[in-house]
Design a binder for this molecule. Structure first.
Ligand code: ADP
Ligand code: ADP
Ligand code: ZN
Length: 213
């Protein structure tokens, strides 16, 4: 099962992708997590990506597409995957479609998690992230068992630099300009499914599980 998560920053893509990955035994592939791991490890890619991420801008397609095509070619992805945060531009979607087509494959579902902009700012200011394992929490809607500590791996949780309100507004603008057009792209491909992302986390997941079957 090959799945793409679509939706604004903070719509809940990562939260849902983790549950999908677990239920259907496929890897969760988050480009944001891959970039943050590279930043943490001080790689060349990390240095380049950080300059864009800190400003709320997208990392250029040249740095992103090959990385994802390599990742989905690894052994653990033979039975599918959940892509979270990729594609984010039409050229990225086209690169993915053609990489898959060259092996006779295609995406099965593109799930658009719909949340209006008004809800996003408060979600982001309450988001707490684990930079060690990629888990995310919310101080109000999905708190960890012990304040400030990751349930999964015990690391300290942080407010991501790019989740501060001034950067979130920029990321929303970038989303509407560059990523929202993917909704029509995947609608035309016949694989778009939409869920109401303003419901609580478990209800959103139920709706997704019903779609995936
Ligand atoms: P969110 O889901 O909250 O928007 P992500 O972790 O997916 O956050 O992404 C964080 C940042 O990483 C983005 O704002 C962007 O700078 C960069 N990024 C992640 N995925 C991509 C991508 N597919 N193309 C370009 N930039 C990306
Ligand atoms: P994305 O990957 O789309 O950027 P996340 O999954 O990281 O989004 O979710 C953004 C924030 O909102 C996190 O703090 C998360 O715990 C919280 N969140 C996710 N889904 C919901 C929901 N359905 N209702 C309320 N808060 C949510
Ligand atoms: Zn963790």
């Amino acid at each position: 099962m090959k799945i793409i998560m679509l939706g604004a920053p903070g719509a809940g893509k990562g939260t849902q992708a983790k549950q999908i990955a677990e239920k259907y035994s496929v890897p969760h592939i988050s480009t944001g997590d891959i970039f943050r791991a590279n930043i943490k490890n001080g790689t060349e890619l990390g240095k380049k990506a950080k300059a864009y991420m800190d400003q709320g801008l997208l990392v250029p397609d040249e740095l992103t597409c090959d990385l994802v095509v390599d990742r989905i070619s690894q052994a653990d992805a033979v039975n599918g995957y959940v892509l979270d945060g990729f594609p984010r531009t039409i050229p990225q979607a086209e690169a993915l479609t053609s990489a898959l087509a060259s092996r006779g494959e295609k995406i099965d579902f593109a799930i658009d998690v719909e949340v209006p902009d008004e809800n996003i700012i408060s979600r982001m200011s309450g988001r707490r992230a684990c930079l060690s394992c990629g888990a995310t929490y919310h101080v109000e809607f999905n708190p960890p068992a012990k304040e400030g500590i990751c349930d999964v791996c015990g690391s300290r949780l942080v407010l991501r630099d790019d989740d501060k309100p001034e950067t979130v507004q920029k990321r929303l603008d970038v989303y509407h300009a560059q990523t929202q057009p993917l909704i029509d792209y995947y609608k035309d491909a016949g694989v778009l499914r939409t869920v109401d992302g303003t419901q609580d986390i478990q209800k959103v997941f139920q709706d997704i599980a019903e779609i995936l079957g």
